[in-house]
Design a protein around this ligand. Structure first.
Ligand code: NOJ
Length: 653
C-alpha cells in the first residue's frame, strides 16, 4: 500500500533555521587503558586516583572516558574504498592506523544506519541495519574487531528523538488513527483560523526551515505530525512507554555488539510540553516562532534519561554524551552530568558556537566575536568540574564550519599557526576531548569562489533557494547570503577528507565523482604531506598541524593531572586579544599556563609574577615559540599560542 503524506506545499525551499538552534546555530580503569606514548618523553606515572579534598582535580573520579581522545568520523566524507564517491565503513577500517598514530582512542561515527539520507543519516529508517552504500553489518563487525585490536573503542550516534518518515513504525502509525502504532509519534488535529483555513496545531517553527511549521499535515488521516527538523523526520512520542522500551532495545543491540557508548542526538528534545502551546512571538511578522521553550529540556527529560540509564546504560562501561542545544542554564546542565546522580557522562552545549552568531538571525548570520566572550564561555564550562560535572571539549563537528576559518585566519600565511593555537586551547583544557575529522590537518572552509550550487546540505540548499526567490541576481543581499553560506554552512565540515595530493584528494579513486566536491586546497592541505614530515619535536622547523596534534595529544596524556583533570583559572582576564589560563592540580608540583593570541596582530602578555616558566612545551611557531623568555613580558606573534609548564612559588622558585 502506498503511504500518502501530504507535505502541503513544503518543498524544502524557503529555509532559515530557528534562531535558537544552537547546535547550528548538537569498568575499564585508567590503569587498563593502553598508553600511547609515541615520543621520547620521560615516562610518567598514570594520574593518581587518590582522593583529596583540596581541589577538584584531586577529587575527580577517573573513568576511562575522561582521559581519552574521541575522533568524530562523518562516514560519507571520510574514505571511499568501493568507487561510488561516498565514504564507507571499510574506508574507516582502512584508516585506523592513521588514527591510532595520531593518538585517537575512541571513534564516534555519525549515523551509518539505513536511512533515506534526507538529513545525511540523521533520519533513520532502520536502527538494526546499515545504509547499504556504507557497507554491511559484517563490515561493522570487522570494524569493531579492528578497533579493539588496536586498543581503541567505537561510539555510535543514537538518533532517537525522531525517525525517518520511511521508518516502518511511522509508516504504520500513519495508516490510520486506529493504528496500533498511532501513538508512537505525535499527532494532533488541525486548527482552523477565522477564515476557516486549516492551520498546524501550534505556531512552532521548523528547526531546519524556520519559514515553515514544525508540523506536517498528513492528508490520509487529516492530522498533523510533529516534525521538528524537517517533514521527513517525525518526532517520536517518548510519553509512550512502548517507544521508550524500543529505544532501550536499540541501545542494547549496539552495546551487545561491543560498541562503547553513544553520542545522543538532540537528546534534550525528547520531553515536550504536552499542551503543545503556541510559542511567544519573538519575531513579529513571522508566521512561525521558536518553540524551544516548550520542546527542549521538558519536564520528563530526566525521568526518561534516568530510565535509560537504569535499564540499559548503567549495565555497560561506556561513554555517553548528550547533544543538548537550547540548554544554557548551569544548574540544569549540571543536573544532567553530575557525577553519580547525573544521567549522562557529559553533554555538548553550544554557547561558544553562538559567539559569532546574531541570535535573532540564526545560523546564517555573523557578528564579530570577542576574546572576552570566549573567555567567559570557557570559564563557565570549565567551572562545571568544581561542581562535580564533567565538560566536553570541541571546536568542530559535522554541523559547524571549520574552526581555523571561523576563529582564526585560514589564509596561507596563518592557517598553520591558527590550527595549532586552537589545538593548544583544546588540549590544555579540562574535559573529554573531541576532534573532528580533518581538524588535525587544519582543513578549511569551502573556498569563496565556489558557487552555492556546490552546497549539498538540506539546510543550505533551502536557505539559498529562499534567498534566490527573495532577492535578484547581483543584489547585495545575495552577495551577503553567499558570504554567510561560506562562513557558516554545515557543508564546510562535510567536504571529503583530504588524504593526499592525488585527484579527489585521495578520498576516492581518480575518475570517480565524489558525492561532494573536494576542497581546492587538497594539493597542499592533506594528510600524506603532513604525515611525511618527521615527527614533531622542539627542533623541527615547521611542524604541520597533524604532527602538532599528535604531539599535543601525547603531552596531554603525560600531564593528564594538569590538562585533562586540572583546575582551571583565567589569567590576565582583561586582555583584548589574548586568552590566558592556568591549570593546576594538587598532585602536581608544576602548573601550566596557556597563552593564546587570537589576533592577526602582535600582542604582549605578562607572565604572572608568581610563576616562572620552566619550559614552553608547545607553541604555534614551534622552536621560535618554545624559545621565548620564561618570565615577564612576552611578545606574541599573530595567532601565536604557547603552553608552558611553570614552577610555583616566589619568583618561580
Ligand atoms: C543534530 C545533528 O547533529 C544534525 O546534523 C541533525 O540535522 C539534527 N540533530 C537532527 O537529527
Amino acid at each position: 500500500m502506498r503511504r500518502e503524506i501530504s507535505i502541503a506545499g513544503r518543498l524544502l525551499t524557503k529555509c532559515r533555521p530557528s534562531v535558537r538552534l544552537s547546535y547550528n546555530p548538537f569498568a575499564q580503569t585508567p590503569g587498563n587503558w593502553p598508553r600511547m606514548s609515541r615520543f621520547s618523553s620521560i615516562p610518567r606515572p598514570e594520574p593518581s586516583t587518590a582522593m583529596d579534598t583540596r581541589n577538584h582535580c584531586a577529587k575527580a573520579d577517573r573513568r576511562w572516558w575522561k582521559n581519552t581522545v574521541v575522533y568524530q568520523i562523518y562516514p560519507a566524507s571520510f574514505k571511499d574504498t568501493d568507487g561510488d564517491g561516498l565514504g564507507n565503513i571499510n574506508g574507516i577500517t582502512e584508516k585506523l592506523d592513521y588514527l591510532s598514530e595520531l593518538g585517537v582512542e575512541v571513534l564516534w561515527l555519525s549515523p551509518i544506519y539505513r536511512s533515506p539520507q534526507k538529513d545525511m543519516g540523521y533520519d533513520i529508517s532502520n536502527y538494526y541495519a546499515i545504509h547499504p552504500p556504507f557497507g554491511t553489518m559484517d563490515d561493522v563487525h570487522r570494524l569493531i574487531a579492528e578497533v579493539k585490536r588496536r586498543g581503541m573503542k567505537l561510539v555510535m550516534d543514537l538518533v532517537v528523538n525522531h525517525t525517518s518518515t520511511e521508518h516502518p513504525w511511522f509508516v504504520e502509525s500513519a495508516v490510520s488513527k486506529e493504528s496500533l502504532r498511532r501513538n508512537w509519534y505525535i499527532w494532533r488535529p488541525p486548527k482552523y483560523d477565522k477564515e476557516g483555513h486549516r492551520q498546524p496545531p501550534n505556531n512552532w517553527a521548523c528547526l531546519l526551515d524556520e519559514s515553515e511549521s514544525a508540523w506536517t499535515y498528513h492528508s490520509g488521516t487529516e492530522e498533523y505530525y510533529l516534525s521538528l527538523f524537517s517533514p521527513y523526520q517525525a518526532d517520536l512520542n517518548w510519553e509512550n512507554a512502548d517507544v521508550r522500551a524500543e529505544v532501550h532495545d536499540v541501545a542494547r543491540f549496539w552495546l551487545d555488539k561491543g560498541v562503547s557508548g553513544f553520542r545522543m542526538d538532540v537528546i534534550n528534545l525528547i520531553s515536550k510540553d504536552q499542551r503543545f502551546p503556541d510559542a511567544e512571538i519573538l519575531h513579529p511578522g513571522k508566521k512561525y516562532q521558536p518553540g524551544d521553550k516548550y520542546f527542549a529540556n521538558g519536564a520528563r527529560l530526566t525521568d526518561y534519561l534516568q530510565e535509560l540509564k537504569e535499564k540499559v546504560l548503567s549495565k555497560y562501561d561506556i561513554l555517553t554524551v548528550g547533544e543538548m542545544p537550547f540548554l544554557e542554564d548551569e544548574e540544569q546542565q549540571l543536573e544532567i552530568v553530575k557525577a553519580e546522580e547525573g544521567y549522562l557522562d557529559m553533554i555538548f552545549t553550544f554557547e561558544m558556537m553562538g559567539l559569532d552568531m546574531v541570535s535573532e538571525e540564526g545560523r546564517f548570520s555573523f557578528r564579530p566575536w570577542s576574546v572576552d566572550g570566549l573567555r567567559k564561555t570557557i570559564d563557565k564550562t570549565q567551572s562545571m568540574t568544581t561542581k562535580m560535572g564533567w565538560p566536553s571539549l570541541f571546536c568542530e563537528n559535522h554541523d559547524q564550519p571549520r574552526s581555523v576559518s571561523r576563529w582564526c585566519d585560514d589564509s596561507a600565511a596563518h592557517r598553520v599557526c591558527g590550527s595549532k593555537l586552537l589545538c593548544m586551547m583544546q588540549t590544555s583544557l579540562t574535559g573529554t576531548l573531541y576532534v573532528y575529522q580533518g581538524e588535525e590537518l587544519g582543513m578549511r572552509n569551502i573556498p569563496a569562489t565556489w558557487e552555492p550550487e556546490e552546497y549539498k546540505d538540506v539546510e543550505s540548499v533551502s536557505y539559498w533557494t529562499h534567498v534566490c526567490s527573495t532577492w535578484p541576481d547581483g543584489s547585495p543581499e545575495r552577495k551577503r547570503a553567499k558570504d554567510l553560506l561560506r562562513r557558516k554552512a554545515r557543508d564546510n565540515a562535510r567536504t571529503p577528507f583530504q588524504w593526499d595530493s592525488t585527484s579527489n584528494g585521495g578520498f576516492c579513486a581518480a575518475g570517480v565523482k565524489p558525492w561532494m566536491r573536494v576542497n581546492d586546497d587538497y594539493p597542499w592541505v592533506n594528510a600524506a604531506a603532513q604525515v611525511a614530515v618527521a615527527r614533531a619535536n622542539e627542533k623541527t622547523a615547521i611542524v604541520p598541524p597533524y604532527r602538532f596534534w599528535q604531539r599535543a595529544l601525547d603531552i596531554r596524556k603525560q600531564y593528564a593531572n594538569l590538562f585533562v583533570y586540572g583546575d582551571f583559572e583565567l589569567i590576565q582576564n582583561t586582555h583584548p586579544t589574548v586568552f590566558g589560563f592556568k591549570k593546576s592540580c594538587i598532585q602536581e608540583s608544576d602548573v601550566s599556563i596557556t597563552v593564546l593570541n587570537f589576533s592577526g596582530k602582535e600582542a604582549e602578555f605578562m607572565v604572572p609574577a608568581e610563576y616562572q616558566v620552566r619550559r614552553w612545551v608547545m607553541g604555534s611557531y614551534d622552536s621560535l615559540s618554545t624559545e621565548k623568555p620564561k618570565e615577564g613580558l612576552i611578545s606574541l606573534l599573530p595567532w601565536e599560542g604557547l603552553v608552558g609548564l611553570c614552577k610555583v612559588g616566589a619568583n618561580g622558585t
